[in-house]
Design a protein around this ligand. Structure first.
Ligand code: NDP
Length: 403
């Protein structure tokens, strides 16, 4: 039995709050606050209809630390679940420290004026959380999150060490729009247009964005072109698995997405440098995000499946030599929508956020300081994935990936 305060009212938050309400025995009292209260109220109404559970709602600017502290003191949660944007990570962590409450998020902090994805800003909070006996859990989404736990589960149950790791993220869904992103457009486009980076022999290797790609056959989706990208879990996976020789992240994009993105980039619409427009400074990417479809509106029209997983090669635990395993989850957009009113990209992030929260509020995962998912025991999380809508499968492959 616990009280939780969720911040942010987008697609990920909607899934997480629905899932919390479906698990009333764990989350007895759910509070939801965001910049636009109307969006919190819409989620609360849907939760009431689907789960018969009341969710209290509030308006908050999470970047205003004193207001956040006041709200936390009023609600008295045992955990603050940050499902707003990466820009709010540090102010929400500051508020948690001041109000004396644990913290969880799904995406690492990014400064607004630079598309830089690093854990250093949040890792720097470790001693402050440790000194007051609080816990912060970073990256409890799918990637990072499930992919981090998948890797650690393979290392616990199948492989002694990991030599190479490839994370493959395929959204095989079709939303019926010419161009849209399945999670926050500003964050998505910053991520996709940043240079690709992978870990190889103890250092980061950088290549231009969207230059390296390979076709890959994804079960229940088909063959898709997967592009090498940087993704934040590469940093924590390399830190907590220092033996890894090469770790890469791949994401699939359709031709239409690439075509639109290329044009938008070429005309400067994805820039985060401010420009003067009618006497006002605007950031082109923020303006673009404002005119693109909102991710939470795509649920009804999105058809198809996501297939996200990890391929790891290393020495087998049973001493039988080098082995390669593929572990993944396949999630249906239509099924996700039917259950929570949101498409599968929000679902595959919101469910692990609920699971990480459940493990923290029940004390199954505990600690003092700032932690990544790789540092937590994988088995309870893996069991909950199976029980709460994200079943996973593991199989042995004939050998390492050929790309
Ligand atoms: P949305 O843009 O749909 O939702 C973000 C929400 O945060 C909105 O409700 C927004 O308010 C709110 N918000 C923004 N700024 C503030 C603020 N200053 N104070 C309070 N609330 C604020 O995003 P998603 O739901 O798609 O994504 C949520 C998070 O999940 C993001 O951080 C994203 O990076 C992360 N993510 C992680 C993934 C993973 O696998 N680990 C995958 C996908 C997403 P408003 O409604 O007013 O705009």
């Amino acid at each position: 039995m616990s009280t939780v305060l969720v911040i942010g009212a987008g697609g990920v938050s909607s899934v997480c709050v629905h899932k919390m309400a479906f698990n009333k025995n764990i989350f007895s009292d759910i509070h939801l606050a965001s910049r636009t209260k109307r969006k919190c109220d819409a989620i609360a109404a849907s939760v009431k209809e689907r789960a018969g559970v009341d969710v209290a709602t509030y308006e908050i600017d999470a970047e205003e630390v004193p207001a956040m502290v006041q709200l936390i003191r009023k609600v008295q949660p045992s955990l603050v679940v940050n499902l707003a944007l990466p820009y709010q990570d540090l102010p929400i962590m500051d508020a948690c420290l001041e109000a004396g409450v644990n913290y969880l998020d799904t995406a690492n902090y990014e400064p607004k004026d630079e598309a830089k994805f690093e854990y250093k800003w949040q890792w720097a909070y470790h001693d402050r959380f440790k000194d007051v006996g609080l816990m912060a859990l970073l990256g409890s989404g799918f990637d990072p999150g499930v992919t981090s736990v998948f890797t650690m589960w393979l290392k616990k149950h199948k492989l002694k060490t990991i030599r190479t790791l490839d994370i493959l993220d395929c959204n095989g869904g079709d939303h019926g729009q010419a161009f849209a992103t399945n999670f926050n457009p500003e964050i998505n486009i910053r991520e996709v247009t940043a240079p690709a980076r992978h870990w190889e022999n103890g250092e980061w290797v950088e290549t231009p964005a969207m230059q390296v790609s390979t076709p890959f056959e994804f079960e229940e989706v088909g063959t898709r072109q997967a592009y090498l990208m940087y993704h934040e879990e590469l940093e924590s996976l390399a830190k907590f698995n220092p033996e890894i020789e090469r770790a890469r992240f791949w994401m699939t994009f359709g031709d239409e997405y690439i075509k639109h993105l290329t044009v938008l980039q070429n005309v400067g619409m994805t820039s985060i440098e401010p420009v003067k427009y009618q006497g006002k400074e605007i950031i082109p990417l923020q303006f673009l995000a404002a005119v693109l479809p909102k991710p939470e509106t795509l649920g009804e029209t999105t058809k198809g499946k996501t297939n996200i997983g990890c391929i790891a090669t290393g020495d087998a635990l049973d001493g039988s030599g080098e082995k390669t395993f593929y572990i993944n989850n396949i999630c249906s957009h239509e099924a996700a929508y039917e259950e929570t009113g949101n498409q599968a990209v929000s679902y595959t992030t919101g469910v692990p956020a609920m699971i990480g929260s459940a493990l923290m509020v029940q004390g199954v995962w505990s600690g003092e300081g700032v932690f990544n998912m790789e540092e937590m025991a994988p088995d309870p999380f893996m069991e909950m994935l199976n029980a709460h809508g994200l079943p996973w499968h593991v199989k042995e492959l004939d050998g390492p990936v050929g790309f």
